[in-house]
Design a protein around this ligand. Structure first.
Ligand code: ZN
Length: 423
């Protein structure tokens, strides 16, 4: 007998994120998407379906990780927290020099597995080794937005050639569950010409763009004042420094017309006056990586300023090369852990607002609003099953503050981790 095309999932609590939590709720799933959501009593009546009763669990959207470097996963714990940001950059350049393609591939896949087991279903990943694609895509069930990294400090290659090569690679990859776009690494590792060409290519193809922005004091000084340790180091290394001085990094991005609703700025730890409203007006998004931020001991993340200005904020894990050991153990990629770290630093937000940071805000930042990061009709059936039994009123709060037990993960209607079901 043919299996029914519709699957019905029942859970004691459903946390759709885009609407209030539902007690004794459920979902109908058809062709990889959510066909209906609501109370189990109503759904059961219209469900000619294969029923899976998940029991005493919280069912919520799979998390959206807005910034990651999966290929650095096996660098976990390799670089102790540095005194200066530049020391870390030099340490990772040295580490990377000793790595082979196989090292990167194994590292990427281990990272994907860690994200999956900690309840993440979509990840924005920076690809320093684009040769890994598409093989690694086919080896993970995750929904991956791969951003091919563009770096050009000494302009060894013409910017137009660099962007054309990356663009060709993206077209050859054929977007499906996974897709690719461009990520100029940062202002200081690129140049205005490269950024303008990358922007034009992204606009033409309607790709999102993501970039590290105003992460450290030296970067902020380099652009605002045309001086500092990063300025001196890069000048010594042959970089053309004529784009520095007089503008904050955010102002420089605005000047280059990079800020718009398809632009995801990562970190943004340092703002000049007016930068927050510049970002908000442009519709650009900001990803914050709490544990990486703590590792570098950056100045406090200007959350209130960005939030009050109306910027869409989301969270990312960053790479394990910049997350400290915890209880002497190597860290693992875990967006729930990032959320708890963030909540510790920023008490006072409603639990629902915290959850938005790792679900629908990240989805919006990646151009996937309404498609992932929420349980709603016609969204992808990307969800996570947490073994927990909070009251309905405390469900969101318990997910934010407690270490959740991930009992199941579904992506596109298929179980990537199949939970036990009630008889
Ligand atoms: Zn990064």
């Amino acid at each position: 007998m043919a299996r029914p095309a519709i699957v019905a999932l029942r859970a004691r609590i459903v946390l759709p994120v885009s609407e209030p939590a539902i007690e004794d709720g459920g979902l109908l799933i058809s062709r990889g998407r959510i066909a209906a959501i609501g109370s189990w009593r109503d759904l059961r009546r219209k469900a000619p379906a294969q029923v899976q009763d998940l029991g005493e669990v919280v069912l919520m959207p799979g998390l959206v990780n807005a910034h990651c470097h999966l290929d650095y996963t096996d660098m976990a714990g390799a670089i102790p927290p540095p005194k200066h940001f530049l020391d870390w950059i030099q340490a990772i350049i040295a580490l990377k020099a000793g790595w082979s393609y196989t090292d990167y591939a194994a590292s990427w896949l281990r990272g994907a597995d860690q994200l999956l087991h900690s309840g993440c279903t979509t990840v924005a990943d920076i690809e320093a080794v684009p040769e890994l694609l598409p093989e690694v895509w086919t080896a993970t069930p995750l929904r991956v937005r791969s951003f091919l990294e563009l770096i050009s400090v000494r302009r060894r290659q013409r910017p137009a050639t660099l962007v054309r090569q990356a663009g060709r690679k993206i077209h050859d990859l054929h977007a499906g569950r996974c897709s690719a776009a461009l990520s100029p690494h940062a202002l200081y590792t690129t140049n205005p010409e490269l950024l303008k060409i990358a922007r034009r290519a992204a606009h033409r193809a309607r790709w999102p763009l993501t970039m590290h922005v105003a992460e450290s004091v030296p970067e902020f000084e380099m652009y605002s004042q045309g001086r500092g340790v990063m300025y001196d180091w890069l000048r010594k290394n042959g970089r053309d420094m004529s784009d520095c001085g007089g503008r904050s990094p955010v102002q420089q991005l605005a000047e280059l017309k990079l800020l718009d609703a398809r632009f995801l700025a990562v970190h943004v730890n340092h703002l000049a006056r007016g930068d927050a409203s510049l970002l908000a007006r442009s519709g650009a998004h900001v990803a914050h990586c709490p544990r990486s931020h703590a590792y570098f001991r950056h100045a406090p993340f200007p959350f209130a300023e960005l939030h009050d200005a109306g910027v869409n904020l989301c969270l990312g894990t960053d790479s394990l090369a910049s997350i400290g050991k915890e209880n002497r153990r190597k860290p693992v990629l875990d967006l729930f852990a990032e959320l708890r770290a963030f909540a510790d630093q920023h008490p006072g937000l409603a639990p629902e607002e915290f959850l938005d940071l790792v679900t629908r805000n990240g989805a919006a930042a990646l151009g996937l609003g309404g498609k992932v990061g929420q349980l709603s009709r016609s969204a992808h059936a990307d969800l996570v099953v947490l073994r927990a039994a909070p009251t309905l009123a405390e469900a969101a709060e318990s997910v934010v503050h407690n270490v959740p037990e991930v009992a199941g993960v579904m992506i596109g209607g298929k179980w990537a981790i199949e939970p036990a079901t009630q008889p």
